[in-house]
Design a protein around this ligand. Structure first.
Ligand SMILES: NC(=O)c1ccc[n+]([C@@H]2O[C@H](COP(=O)([O-])OP(=O)(O)OC[C@H]3O[C@@H](n4cnc5c(N)ncnc54)[C@H](OP(=O)(O)O)[C@@H]3O)[C@@H](O)[C@H]2O)c1
Length: 239
């Protein structure tokens, strides 16, 4: 959403991020033991968003810290996908720049759709071989850092990804925000406080240094459902 992102390659997918956070802005507890705190409605919301995406993406710590499969969920969501002309099962993309992703993570036990891993040359050869054995494709997208713009063009060109849903965590989101690659942010505000200086937030990683560099957002919608608020932010419209 940065000014430089105004010049977007037509080959990039539409990228939207979906996160749930507590009233104090955390996405997990500091010890990372609590990974889910949204309501059943929030879970449904997540699956509804997945049902509009060609691919669902997450960072290595999100994937290996919980029993998640990044899939479309129950049959009613898969029917929705087919009705929209999407593949019944979304592609899955995992980001692991140095290849620390746990090969025993639950996601690899569910083989309903291709699993693609984005990594860098930092990943040791032995790790790469391990990941190549369990993923459908491991793509090296940079020497030290992932070039997400190039990676997303590749996802669009090779795998036909037109809508890419990113589900965190904070480190991955931060890189995408800084690269100006996020078109829309879906945020569920949950009515809890969990505190903790080291608890992750929706955008951790390196962050920005000056307010002038802050990414401007515009509220697209804001809806209260029972004890949660579902908000959508987009890029500011030009005047
Ligand atoms: N409440 C929610 O909606 C929600 C959603 C998602 C996650 N979470 C929680 O958030 C926590 C995980 O967040 P996190 O920020 O610690 O981790 P994360 O972003 O999920 O994963 C971090 C790892 O992903 C890779 N990665 C991320 N960004 C990268 C980049 N720009 N370049 C290269 N590699 C990159 C790196 O793997 P390598 O180490 O291999 O380099 C890094 O160590 C978990 O506790 C999870 O439960 C909450």
């Amino acid at each position: 959403m940065s000014p430089k992102s105004k010049v977007r390659s037509p080959k990039l997918p539409f990228v939207f991020v979906n996160m749930a956070m507590t009233a104090d802005g955390k996405i997990a507890t500091a010890n990372r033991a609590v990974t889910s705190f949204g309501s059943a409605r929030d879970c449904e919301h997540l699956l509804e968003l997945r049902a509009t995406a060609d691919a669902v993406m997450a960072g290595a710590r999100t994937v290996d810290s919980a029993a998640i499969n990044l899939g479309p969920g129950p049959a009613k969501f898969r029917r929705l996908r087919l009705k929209k002309g999407l593949m019944e099962y979304n592609l899955r993309v995992i980001v692991s720049g140095s290849g620390t992703l746990d090969p025993d993570a639950q996601v690899f036990k569910h083989r309903f759709s291709p699993i693609l891993i984005l990594t860098t040359r930092r990943a040791p050869k032995a790790k790469l071989r391990q990941l190549q054995a369990i993923a459908d494709e491991v793509k090296i997208c940079g020497r030290h850092e992932i070039n997400f713009r190039a990676a997303f063009c590749w996802l669009r060109e090779k795998w036909g990804v037109k809508r890419l849903l990113c589900e965190g965590g904070g480190e991955l989101n931060d890189a995408l925000f800084r690269a100006g690659l996020v078109d829309e942010l879906h945020l569920t505000f949950c009515s809890q406080i969990i505190g903790g200086r080291n608890a992750p937030t929706i955008a951790d990683g390196r962050g920005l240094r000056r307010l002038a560099e802050a990414l401007p957002l515009q509220i697209r919608s804001f809806k209260r459902i029972r004890n949660e608020v579902f908000a959508v932010f987009g890029r500011p419209t030009r005047r």
